[in-house]
Design a protein around this ligand. Structure first.
Ligand code: ZN
Length: 297
């Protein structure tokens, strides 16, 4: 069955005990107030200094358990959130990743260790959410072998079957009204600005009834392999993202050449709001408005 109106799913990335406290408190309050049932992408054993924002929060794991109890889905967000591998990903948004290109045995080991850590804190991870969207066929095999049957990624407009797993598409990094389909909005608590948070909160309040859980999404849509047209559309999205990234890089190189002293000036407001490692998708279907893009992570 294909629903006649759009549904939204919230995904929160980079959760670990050192997540930036203030925006996380605001977001968790919004989740409770609006009865959202998000995907919580939790890093089992964070070793990424960029995710070390606040001092470790003692109650972090209990907070995750409470949210899981309230209907959130727990996603395994990699293992240590390092990005030391350079290899093509099945979702080509970043050049470096933690998993893509790593040996099958190591990937299986990392996934098992990550699952064990989350389970040791009382969580029940049911989904894979790759850091930087980086994973390959060996990742899919390892996930299947470890009993994980769903992942959050891809640019379709509905959940679909591929590589022996159910893919729950993840196409947005900020609020955007859609007519039909399932749209996952991924937020990065560590980098979200106050303005972006306010925009998201207003969107949630306006569309609260359209936000659903993973279980509801899988019940509402019947996952099946993508059609040829849907596959073509997905590939076109990736091509547009690559073209957009290339254009941004050329623009930035052009401005550096014209203004070699620019690095000595204070950053503009837009530069402050746009993290340096950002590779925001910018397709008509995904993130067309400025300020919505967060770095896929
Ligand atoms: Zn991440």
């Amino acid at each position: 069955m294909t629903p006649t109106s759009a549904h939204y799913l919230l995904r929160v990335d980079d959760l670990c005990p050192t997540v930036k406290r203030k925006p996380w408190l605001r977001l968790s309050a919004l989740i409770a107030e609006s009865n959202l049932k998000p995907i919580l992408a939790v890093v089992p054993d964070n070793r990424d200094s960029e995710l070390y924002i606040s001092e470790p929060e003692e109650s972090f794991w209990q907070q995750m358990c409470d949210l899981q109890q309230a209907g959130a889905a727990i996603a395994l967000h990699g293992y240590q959130h390092r990005a030391e591998s350079r290899a093509p990903s099945l979702v080509p948004l970043h050049r470096k990743s933690e998993f893509a290109g790593v040996s099958a045995l190591t990937q299986r080991t990392w996934i098992r260790l990550g699952l064990d850590i989350l389970r040791s804190h009382g969580l029940n991870p049911t989904i894979w959410a790759a850091p930087r969207h980086g994973f390959d066929r060996n990742t899919l095999k390892a996930l299947r072998e470890e009993g994980i049957t769903a992942l959050s990624d891809g640019f379709a407009r509905r959940p679909f079957l591929r590589g022996g797993l159910t893919w729950i598409p993840q196409q947005l990094w900020g609020p955007l009204e859609k007519r039909i389909g399932l749209w996952t909005i991924c937020l990065h608590v560590n980098t979200i600005t106050a303005r972006q948070f306010d925009e998201f909160a207003a969107f949630v309040r306006q569309h609260a009834a359209q936000f659903i859980s993973v279980d509801e999404a899988l019940a509402e849509f019947s996952p099946s392999p993508l059609t040829l047209l849907e596959n073509l559309r997905e590939n076109a999205s990736y091509a547009r993202i690559a073209a957009s990234r290339f254009k941004r890089q050329m623009n930035s190189r052009f401005h550096r050449q014209r203004d070699p002293q620019g690095a000595l000036r204070p950053p503009t407001r837009a530069q402050v709001q746009q993290p340096s490692n950002s590779s925001p998708p910018a397709t008509p279907d995904t993130v067309p408005r400025a300020g919505q893009a967060q770095p896929p992570g």
